[in-house]
Design a protein around this ligand. Structure first.
Ligand code: NLE
Ligand code: FE2
Length: 294
């Protein structure tokens, strides 16, 4: 869907200060002029923001509110059925609105008393290192636009539905928040870009697309599964492998389709044991040592 294997559409700033989001030809909004103009306007708000300034708000249209409502309505019963209880409890504690798109400032205000995470705006791709290092400070860079209305059930491109319904609900759990922070701290210690990439890949197969056994059922806890009501129907039929850091850090994956290979934790304790310990102890030697084992 996107050029260069990038999850996000590239954003550029023109000489007159205006911002342009470059949707790929396969993007469902490519031929939708109104959608493109809207994406530019929303990106401009994030580009204009600088750290320390108040979190900017977006005046969402009725159409955008409708997409939020539709996805929230579709996801609710699927979460009840397929989401891990740790996520369900966190979602309940956070209490995000399902009838309107929350502003990022509001998401942060709800998260802070639970786990200290705040949300700051991102126009699109934030460089990998910067994105993860911020997680180490319990700060989440979030996009503010909504997916194209023609494809509400799945988008490879992270939108505010993914960032908030997927990640913020997850980050309302102290245990998932601690794992996320640990991934960020590991990145901050890493000097090599290869190490950062390895950490990001382990993050992808855990906090983004992780599944976990619970009372004999395979539940989802990854934000990327939990924000897509299309993928929620499919994940249990994928190839399920046991947690394996070396494999997660080396396997090739396509970021634009439902994930065909998933890694299942036996329990939250095991996830913390295996993945938490990896994040806590990973240094620049770890990836090459692990790669030699596969
Ligand atoms: N596929 C997810 C969704 O539709 O919400 C987004 C994944 C972003 C990594
Ligand atoms: Fe994500």
């Amino acid at each position: 869907m996107f050029e260069d294997g990038q999850l996000y559409s590239p954003v550029s700033t023109k000489d007159d200060g205006s911002v342009e989001v470059h949707l790929g030809e396969n993007h469902p909004g490519f031929r939708d002029e109104a959608y493109r103009a809207r994406r530019n306007d929303i990106a401009e708000i994030a580009v204009a923001w600088s750290p320390g300034a108040p979190i900017p708000t977006v005046d969402y249209t009725e159409g955008e509110q409708d997409i939020w409502r539709e996805v929230a309505r579709e996801l609710a019963p699927k979460h009840e059925k397929h989401a891990h209880s740790e996520y369900l409890h966190a979602k309940e504690a956070l209490g995000l609105p399902s009838d309107h798109v929350p502003q990022l400032g509001e998401v942060g205000e709800r998260l802070v008393p639970l786990t200290g995470f705040t949300y700051v705006p991102a126009p699109g791709l934030v460089p990998l290192r910067e994105f993860y290092e911020s997680l180490g400070r319990r700060e989440f860079h979030s996009t503010q636009y909504l997916r194209h209305p023609s494809q509400p059930l799945y988008t490879p491109e992270p939108d505010i539905i993914h960032e908030v319904m997927g990640h913020a609900n997850q980050l309302a759990s102290p245990r998932f928040a601690a794992l996320t922070e640990a991934a960020g701290k590991a990145t901050a210690r890493a000097e090599l870009d290869d190490t950062v990439k390895f950490i990001a890949d382990v993050f992808w197969f855990t906090l983004e697309f992780g599944v976990m056994w619970e009372d004999g059922d395979l539940k989802a806890y990854g934000a990327g599964i939990l924000s897509s009501y299309g993928e929620m129907d499919e994940y249990a039929h994928m190839e399920i492998r046991p947690l394996d850091i070396a494999e997660m850090g080396t396997i090739n994956y396509d970021i634009t389709a439902y994930q065909p290979v998933l890694f299942a934790a036996d329990s939250l304790d095991q996830l913390e044991d295996v993945v938490g310990t990896f994040f806590d102890t990973c240094d620049d030697e770890t990836p090459s040592r692990l790669k030699a084992t596969v």
